[in-house]
Design a protein around this ligand. Structure first.
Ligand code: ADP
Ligand code: MG
Length: 615
């Protein structure tokens, strides 16, 4: 009974009161300050806003015990030091008009106040033209003269000292340090012109010198290499596209450089690091038919968009943004990444200039694909993907001037007169019934012939279906009949239109028999009954009513697998060479439809090493 009473009786009403300032700050801090990395992010933001060219971060205990950020920026006048620590005090915005057009990194005017409410903060600052620095201790608000060159030092000690519950959420020093380092890395990528150094417990853990180059693209590329490393650079390719008010630059990792975690994904919108699900999705989906399920691509992308088309103030730390036209942004990003990935890796092998135009070797009709226009990877790119002069400022515009990867051999290329002229080389022979060996300038090329051919067929089917809604079909002289399950017969009847769309005319001859009367023209060499069975199985799973792009691609992939040359099929040298040339001309030819590589290079150097031979 007493328990019931306790539950049912409402607590006594308290009068409405304004929250004390300190509590308001602590609540605000909850949104802004999650861990030392958040402190680093806000302080470095401020340093960059103040025009710093050099930013030094000193940490102890993963940043929990101590985070210091020093800059050589404009400094804070002594009479404003107290204000800097107040909530909603900022020098960066004075009116709503400013709010709409604000271009600085941070402007909510609450970072320092928030940090000071959950840690011990002191600021030492010296603007230009004053005889000495002043230091303020946030706890007492006391001002004292201090020694310092022009710029500002903000010291933050004992994070969450007064809120032990929150301190418990912090991880090990090493983990917090890693997060803090990542926060600096993000700033460093966006601002190649600024020098950064990070110290932990007196040890230099990262240093990136400022890159000032008359060519913005060189600076941005150099900084990317400095921060993300040579491995990332080697395993990624340049992307640059421009579409209306939107410009995208940076580098996207090759599919084979994908990772198990999404830990190498950097996205900047108008110079600011953000996490945006829309763009993440657009990028990931561009890899769809090249990456296994959960694999995560690596990328550093810089999106520049007219400020009125994006709202950066939807999140306390501005880490999320909202686009006015999310659909258009999604499409543009997806397309740009897809195009960057489409360029085959073979196109990047430094090939010697091609000699005389050869007569293209036709891919043997028996292997398929004669009546479908080939997909060329090297058609001139649309105007907006070509380098364009930069607009705007900061590191992002840097990408505007980036040279795109030079498209390689002209489309109408020719028969090799010697092994070095073709990126994938001259065919030597076939082994194990599965591999084609070829020789190019770098050494030995090994091709998984089924996987490679499958990709070629798939890309052609996609291109053919893109051009028309229905794949062209070839009637069979004698219909192919096969015994079918009731489910297969039912699917053949209900999905007749979908089957015709992919070039298959399938009808029932009875409760347990199906007849195929035509096959896709693009797949001359295919076992029609097997193909029909696989396509029916796919259709049973997805249903055609909603055969959206993705499942349609899956359908084509199934067909490509059937249309591709089988293991143990003997190829003539001519056919092997034709396969290599087709690979060079096909988008995404480096991976099969399941994300496995289609070819490997074994360099002469590697061969030397194999035989313990010094050169
Ligand atoms: P906001 O950056 O949103 O204005 P903050 O609380 O981060 O709010 O900073 C308050 C103010 O303190 C800034 O507007 C700026 O005038 C001044 N300030 C903070 N850090 C620095 C710095 N490193 N150099 C110069 N001024 C600074
Ligand atoms: Mg700030």
């Amino acid at each position: 009974m007493t328990v019931m009473n306790a539950v049912l009786s409402a607590p006594p009403r308290r009068p409405i009161r304004e929250l004390p300032d300190e509590l308001v700050s602590q609540i605000a801090a909850g949104e802004v300050v999650e861990r030392p990395a958040s402190v680093v992010r806000e302080l470095v933001d401020n340093a960059l806003d103040a025009g710093a060219t050099q930013v030094t971060v000193r940490l102890a205990g993963g940043g929990v015990r101590l985070t210091v950020v020093e800059d050589d920026g404009a400094g804070i006048p002594a009479d404003e030091l107290v204000l800097a620590l107040r909530r909603h005090a900022t020098s960066k915005i004075g009116s709503l008009v400013d709010l709409e057009s604000v271009a600085t990194m941070g402007f909510r005017g609450e970072a320092l106040a928030a940090i000071a409410s959950v840690a011990e903060v002191a600021i030492t600052s010296r603007p230009a033209g004053v005889p000495h620095a002043m230091r303020i201790d946030a706890r007492h608000g006391e001002l004292q003269p201090a020694a310092r060159a022009q710029g500002t030092t903000v010291e933050v000690q004992e994070l969450f000292f007064s809120t032990p519950a929150r301190r418990k959420f912090l991880k090990s020093d090493a983990t917090e340090l890693a997060h803090a380092l990542d926060a600096v890395r993000r700033h460093a990528l966006a601002r190649p012109d600024v020098a950064f150094a990070v110290w932990h417990e007196g040890r230099l853990v990262a240093q990136w010198r400022g890159v000032v180059s008359p060519l913005l693209d060189d600076a941005a590329t150099q900084r990317l290499g400095d921060v993300l490393g040579a491995d990332f650079m080697a395993a990624s390719r340049t992307l640059l596209s421009r579409q209306g008010p939107l410009q995208l630059g940076g580098r996207v990792g090759r599919p084979e450089a994908a990772r198990s975690r999404a830990d190498l994904q950097y996205l900047f919108v108008n110079g600011r690091f953000v996490r945006d699900r829309l763009i993440q999705h657009a990028v990931r989906s561009a890899y769809d038919d090249q990456l296994h399920g959960q694999r995560q691509p690596a990328y550093a992308l810089f999106l520049q968009i007219a400020p009125e088309l994006v709202d950066v103030n939807v999140h306390p730390t501005k880490i999320e943004v909202r686009f006015r036209d999310g659909r258009a942004v999604h499409q543009a990003v997806h397309k740009a990444v897809q195009e960057a990935l489409a360029l085959s890796r073979s196109a990047e092998v430094p090939a010697e200039p091609l000699a005389s135009p050869p007569s293209p070797v036709a891919w043997q009709p028996s292997l398929g694909l004669v009546d479908v226009p080939p997909v060329r990877a090297h058609e001139p790119a649309p105007a907006w993907t070509r380098p364009a002069p930069a607009g705007g400022d900061a590191g992002l515009a840097a990408w505007a001037a980036l040279r795109s990867v030079d498209p390689m051999p002209p489309a109408a290329a020719t028969a090799p007169s010697e092994p070095t002229t073709w990126p994938l080389g001259r065919a030597l022979g076939q082994i194990g019934g599965a591999w084609v060996l070829a020789e190019n300038a770098q050494g030995l090329v090994i091709v998984d012939m089924h996987a490679a051919h499958e990709r070629i067929v798939y890309e052609r089917l996609k291109a053919a279906q893109g051009a028309a809604t229905r794949l062209s079909t070839q009637p069979l002289l004698i219909p192919m009949t096969f015994s079918a399950t009731p489910a297969e017969v039912a699917t053949a009847e209900s999905e007749r239109e979908a089957l015709l769309d992919v070039g298959l005319d399938v009808s029932s001859l009875g409760p347990a028999t199906l007849a195929v009367r035509s096959r896709p023209a693009a797949l001359p060499d295919v076992d029609v009954a097997e193909l029909a069975r696989s396509v029916l199985a796919d259709l049973q799973q997805v249903g055609s009513s909603r055969v959206v792009q993705r499942s349609r691609d899956e359908l084509l992939a199934t067909m490509a697998c059937h249309g591709a040359v089988r293991a143990n099929r003997r190829l003539t040298l001519e056919e092997m060479n034709a396969l290599l040339r087709d690979m060079e001309a096909t988008d995404r030819a480096d991976q099969c439809n399941h994300g496995r590589p289609t070819w490997r290079q074994v360099t002469l150097k590697e061969l030397d090493a194999l035989f313990l031979r010094g050169r």
